[in-house]
Design a binder for this molecule. Structure first.
Ligand code: ZN
Length: 133
């Protein structure tokens, strides 16, 4: 539907939050830890999309590994979908490799699924759907 957010890996939220507040001229509206993913996140609204900063909460966090390998920078692109399960089935049938078989709980009240970058030209893609209450 649209690019919901861009995920950016950072070493320290404490440094990057004020930096992005200045850059985007908007306050960070939410910070949230996703323990299952080993990340602390911080969100900024930029028009219809968001920026998600990601800091590792431990050495085994995928973000820690990413930063060791590639340094800080753009980590993933998240696309909003209406029906995540249908979209996962559609992409799987086309040969895309999903990193999780079922939607999982992500930050910011979302169900999420990641696609393996090797099936998407090196771009880590996140599908996300707003959780219906
Ligand atoms: Zn994300």
């Amino acid at each position: 539907m649209k690019i919901e957010h861009l995920g950016i890996a950072v070493k320290e939220l404490a440094i990057s939050i004020p930096l992005f507040e200045q850059l985007l001229n908007t306050p960070c509206y939410k910070t949230e830890e996703v323990a299952s993913e080993g990340v602390s996140t911080a969100f900024f609204q930029t028009g219809d999309s968001k920026i998600e900063l990601l800091e590792a909460t431990g050495e085994t966090s995928p973000i820690a590994k990413f930063i060791t390998k590639k340094g800080e920078g753009i980590h993933h692109v998240a696309f909003e979908v209406e029906n995540i399960e249908a979209e996962m089935k559609r992409l799987q049938a086309l040969g895309f490799e999903l990193l999780n078989e079922k939607p999982k709980n992500g930050a910011d009240n979302k169900l999420v699924c990641f696609l393996h970058p090797k099936s998407t030209n090196g771009v880590l893609v996140e599908l996300c759907q707003e959780k219906k209450s």
